[in-house]
Design a protein around this ligand. Structure first.
Ligand SMILES: C[S@@+](CC[C@H](N)C(=O)[O-])C[C@H]1O[C@@H](n2cnc3c(N)ncnc32)[C@H](O)[C@@H]1O
Length: 195
């Protein structure tokens, strides 16, 4: 497929490519099969670090295998724990964080992110974001609990003070069957941005 903007995954990748720089500290809050972790690890280089969380052993294993195959395992700290506890594992400021909500592709669909813990995690993560940091949350509204989770994420992010945060929402408005939505939060006050 040659489309540049066909789905939420492509949109998120473009933003990562645009904003993630060498030496930065990034977080993949939902490692899954490791694609987002790999993309972040590619952009931060050897001087940066990616913290990658997942509650499923299978996801951590899949992510580790992908990183080993690409020879950049050393750029990632794999954390087999819920992203709710992010502040127990990360005691520094972070520059970029992605949440790809839902269940492990190809895995057990009953093990998935949940509105309550997702909201708690987002609140905890906002507290450790550096000025200029960006958070992207992609929510899927089609599966059980997905709509509630999306509405909960939207509910807390749209209340963020616009003097402190830029908050946006992206989706495909002509696609059928509840396409995913990506909500983004930028912490205002970062350094001048250069492409
Ligand atoms: C849609 S998948 C992520 C896909 C991944 N970004 C990729 O590129 O392959 C969602 C993942 O979130 C994980 N997850 C669910 N609840 C979690 C939690 N509380 N903390 C961390 N990970 C969680 C699931 O185990 C699943 O692997």
């Amino acid at each position: 497929m040659n489309d540049k903007l066909n789905n939420a995954t492509q949109f998120v990748e473009i933003l990562m490519e645009c904003f993630v720089k060498k030496g930065q500290i990034c977080v993949d809050a939902t490692a899954g099969n490791g694609k987002d972790t790999l993309t972040l690890a590619n952009f931060v280089g050897d001087s940066g670090l990616v913290y990658s969380f997942d509650i499923q052993k299978e996801a951590i294993k899949n992510t580790e295998e992908l990183l080993l195959q690409k020879k950049i395992r050393h750029r990632v700290e794999l954390i087999p724990n819920s992203h709710v506890d992010i502040q127990e594992f990360i005691t520094r400021k972070i520059d970029f964080v992605v949440y790809n909500l839902g269940y492990l592709p190809g895995g057990d669909k009953s093990i998935r992110t949940d509105a309550g813990t997702t909201i708690e995690s987002i609140k905890n993560t906002l507290e450790i974001m550096a000025p200029g940091a960006i958070m992207l949350i992609t929510a899927y509204r089609g599966h059980e609990g997905g709509l509630l989770e999306y509405e909960s994420v939207k509910g807390i992010t749209e209340e963020l003070d616009q003097k402190k945060y830029n908050v946006f929402e992206f989706t495909f408005i002509n696609q059928k069957n509840n396409p995913p939505v990506t909500i983004g939060v930028e912490v205002r006050g970062g350094k001048t941005w250069q492409r």
